[in-house]
Write a protein that binds this ligand. Structure first.
Ligand SMILES: Nc1ncnc2c1ncn2[C@@H]1O[C@H](COP(=O)(O)OP(=O)(O)OP(=O)(O)O)[C@@H](O)[C@H]1O
Ligand SMILES: [Mg+2]
Length: 307
């Protein structure tokens, strides 16, 4: 995993890594990998950035080892026979079928269907003795990235934008420094650091972890709160669904509240949510669930009615 700030050289590093996997000692000698997957945010991104971009594979390859781009088959073919196929993360189903011994994934943190596309790629990465993949991305606080970073088989490195100053316009760097140095956006976009918590957030992940309990007490009341997105398309915002309970016995100062489940649904149609496909479980202990529903009032779009 190569995390980096904007212009830090991530794409170039990915292209060089593919070269290192595919090329042999001489132009026609086989390298370690022969079946490579190139996966980007969209197919155009793969072609324009990873393959043909200034930092892409074609620009990085020396003339005697330069692969040929076969546009209709969406693939690169090297003189030694190795092939790299281009895939869009928006169409994870296309990764069903082929198999690979290496993969390069660019800007994973920006993918819309990241989980699905990532999983599909993992099922296809199964050729050779040691299939490997490189991820080059600006960090974002998204689940797939965090899980990957936490995995014992992941090796990660990171580079700030400044590290590549030799190849970036001085004016760009000055502007970036002036505008973003010391800010949260700067930590992410310039330093390439993964920020887990929102600045000034009331709830930090550490605080939440510290408040975790094994089992909920018997609750006096359970509330399901729904914050529907304005529209109900696959790429809409998530529909927030949180189940919380309260124990309201004795003095109010002794009352306790427990969050039972975050059953938030992503990319699901509003109609589906109304039929109870939200995946919200009834608490196994305590009073019957569903005492109160609290539809979010601010958004009144498709979903509110359906919910
Ligand atoms: N080792 C290198 N040698 C020569 N040029 C390099 C090297 N590394 C990066 N560059 C150049 O620096 C510039 C930025 O590199 P690159 O496009 O790889 O950055 P990036 O981190 O992918 O940027 P972005 O955040 O915009 O995706 C490009 O012009 C690239 O060709
Ligand atoms: Mg890039």
């Amino acid at each position: 995993m190569i995390l980096g700030g904007r212009g830090a050289g991530k794409t170039r590093a990915g292209a060089e890594w593919v070269r290192a996997q595919v090329e042999g000692a001489r132009p026609l000698d086989p390298g370690a990998a022969r079946h490579v997957a190139l996966v980007g945010e969209t197919f155009d991104q793969v072609r324009e950035v990873m393959v043909m971009g200034e930092s892409g594979i074609l620009a990085c390859a020396p003339p005697d080892r330069r692969p040929r781009w076969e546009a209709t088959r969406r693939r690169l073919v090297w003189p030694n026979g190795a092939v790299a196929q281009a895939f869009s993360a928006q169409e994870p189903e296309n990764l069903r079928g082929p198999q690979f011994d290496a993969a390069w994934v660019d800007e994973l943190a920006k993918w819309k269907r990241a989980e699905e596309a990532w999983d599909m790629l993992q099922f296809a990465l199964r050729l050779g003795d040691l299939p490997r993949q490189v991820v080059t991305t600006t960090p974002r606080n998204v689940g797939v990235l965090k899980r990957l970073l936490a995995s014992p088989s992941t090796v990660s490195t990171h580079a700030p934008t400044e590290a590549n100053r030799a190849w970036l316009a001085a004016s760009f760097l000055e502007e970036m420094r002036a505008r973003y140095a010391g800010t949260r956006l700067g930590r992410q976009e310039l330093e390439g650091v993964l920020l887990e918590d929102a600045e000034g957030a009331l709830w930090s992940s550490r605080g939440l972890e510290a408040a975790r309990i094994e089992a909920a007490p018997d609750l006096s009341r359970v509330v399901v709160a729904v914050d529907p997105p304005v529209t109900g398309r696959a790429d809409s915002d998530a529909c927030g669904i949180v189940v919380a309970g309260a124990l309201t016995e004795g003095e109010p100062r002794d009352w306790r509240a427990v969050v039972l489940e975050d059953a938030t649904v992503h990319g699901r149609l509003a109609a589906g949510m109304g039929r109870g496909r939200g995946g919200c479980r009834t608490p196994s202990r305590g009073r019957p669930a569903g005492g109160r529903g609290q539809p979010g009032r601010r958004s009144g779009g498709d979903a509110a009615a359906a919910v």
